[in-house]
Write a protein that binds this ligand. Structure first.
Ligand SMILES: N[C@@H](CCC(=O)N[C@@H](CS)C(=O)NCC(=O)O)C(=O)O
Length: 203
C-alpha cells in the first residue's frame, strides 16, 4: 500500500492527520504538485482527476479523494471513531465536515488558485474576481463558525471528529487566502489552540 501525497498540500494533510489519530502508518510517496509531478506517470495514470492524495492498495486498487481514503481506514481501524457512531452522530459529523469543506476549505483554495501568480501553472485561466469573492465567502464562514463554536468544544459536538481535522487543515491554510483568525474569532481561536496541541496536528 502507498499514499501519494504532497507534504505541503492541504488535502493530503487531512489524510495524514486522520492516520495519525488512528495510529496507522502508511508508506508515503511524495509528489511536488507545484512542479506538476502529479500530471506525470505514474500518478497521471492512477488518477485522471490529477489530484492528490491517492491511495494505491497492494492489489493495485486506487482510492482518491481525501474523505474516501479516510473512510476506508475508518472501517479497517474503527477506533478511535472519527466519523461518528450511530445515525445521529454520523449525520451531524457529515453535515459539519461538508460545510467546512465547501464553505471554508474550497473558498480558501479557490482564492489561492485564482489569485496567486505561483498557481497560474495549475490554474491557467485565473479569474481574479473569483479569488476576491472566494476570500469573502471564506471570511463569512469564519464568522458563522465562530458563533457556532461558542456552544461546543468541537466542530461537530462534544467529541473530536473528522470535521475537526478538515477544519484544522482549512484554518491552517487560511494564510493562502491572506486570512487569519483574529480577535473577532475568540471561540475558533480557543478551539484551534486545543486541536493544534494534539500530536496528530504535526502530521
Ligand atoms: N476533493 C479532493 C481535492 C484534492 C485536491 O484538490 N488536491 C490538491 C492538493 S491539496 C491537488 O492535487 N492539486 C493539484 C492541481 O490542482 O493540479 C480531495 O479531497 O482529495
Amino acid at each position: 500500500m502507498q499514499l501519494y501525497q504532497d507534504p505541503k498540500a492541504v488535502n493530503p494533510r487531512r489524510v495524514r492527520v486522520f492516520l495519525a489519530e488512528k495510529g496507522v502508518s502508511v508508506p508515503l510517496v511524495d509528489v511536488d504538485v507545484l512542479k506538476g509531478e502529479h500530471m506525470q506517470p505514474p500518478l497521471s495514470d492512477l488518477n485522471p482527476m490529477h489530484r492528490v492524495p491517492v491511495l494505491v492498495l497492494d492489489d493495485g486498487t486506487v482510492i482518491a479523494e481525501s474523505m474516501a481514503i479516510c473512510r476506508y481506514f475508518e472501517v479497517l481501524h474503527p477506533e478511535p471513531c472519527l466519523f461518528g457512531a450511530g445515525a445521529l452522530e454520523q449525520a451531524v459529523i457529515e453535515m459539519w465536515n461538508r460545510r467546512i469543506e465547501r464553505r471554508l476549505l474550497d473558498p480558501v483554495s479557490q482564492c489561492f488558485r485564482h489569485g496567486h501568480p505561483a498557481m497560474a501553472a495549475l490554474e491557467p485561466r485565473q479569474i481574479k474576481e473569483w479569488s476576491v469573492l472566494s476570500k469573502d465567502r471564506a471570511a463569512d464562514m469564519l464568522a458563522m463558525l465562530d458563533a457556532e463554536m461558542a456552544a461546543r468544544p468541537c466542530i461537530a459536538g462534544a467529541a473530536f471528529s473528522v470535521a475537526d481535522i478538515t477544519a484544522l487543515c482549512a484554518v491552517d491554510f487560511l494564510r493562502a487566502a491572506r486570512l487569519e483568525l483574529t480577535d473577532a474569532h475568540a471561540n475558533l481561536k480557543r478551539w484551534h489552540g486545543e486541536i493544534s496541541a494534539r500530536p496528530s496536528a504535526a502530521a
